[in-house]
Design a binder for this molecule. Structure first.
Ligand code: APR
Length: 172
């Protein structure tokens, strides 16, 4: 799978699916969650209300409504509590479960935000390595997803993801 690190606003990305860094209620919030709901319009919240929430590390899918993306895959990242509460595996699961859903819905191009590194305080250096590894090592079943992007909202985040991707290939 091709992985690129982009700068920008994920709500503008014309992917088949964009991933939302949601909370367990799936009823919206701040950060990228707020931006996606604002851009998608009220129908997104109406559909989210039918989903019954989402477990941490899990993912659920809705339509994209007014977004350029056809779908929104809502995933709930772990809140960082110091690393002793299985946060790293839960973060990796966010990426894997989002990709499994993308595959199921025939999405060839999926765009991710930097999950958990905002309000959920997951350290950027760790999160970026986990994200790159999870995406690059996704055991695709039907090889549907051809391309993934990680859309970074600020310069510092982009630097960490660029570094993580470079280091991923260097280690081989
Ligand atoms: N496009 C891309 N990335 C964005 C955008 C955007 N429009 N807006 C914010 N981001 C970035 C943030 O800068 C950060 O790098 O998304 C990353 C994740 O930050 P948060 O949105 O705070 O998400 P997270 O840390 O996973 O916390 C989730 O915050 O908004 C609430 O409802 C959400 O309770 C949940 C929690």
């Amino acid at each position: 799978m091709e992985l690129e690190i982009l700068s920008g606003d994920i709500t503008m990305v014309e992917a088949d699916a964009i991933v939302n860094a949601a909370n367990n209620s799936l009823l919206g919030g701040g950060g990228v969650d707020g931006a996606i709901h604002r851009a998608a319009g009220p129908e997104l919240l109406h559909e989210c209300r039918t989903l019954g929430g989402c477990g941490t590390g899990m993912a659920k899918i809705t339509k994209g409504y007014r977004l350029p993306a056809k779908y929104v895959i809502h995933t709930v990242g772990p809140i960082w509590h110091g690393g002793g509460a299985n946060e790293e595996n839960l973060l990796a699961s966010c990426y894997k479960n989002s990709l499994l859903l993308a595959e199921k819905y025939n999405c060839r191009y999926v765009a991710f935000p930097s999950i958990s590194t905002g309000a959920y305080s997951f350290p950027l250096q760790k999160a970026s390595k986990i994200a790159v590894k999870a995406i690059m090592e996704f055991q695709s079943i039907e090889n549907v997803v051809e391309k993934a992007s990680i859309v970074c909202f600020d310069k510092k985040t982009k630097e960490y993801y660029d570094k993580a991707l470079k280091e991923y290939f260097k280690k081989d």
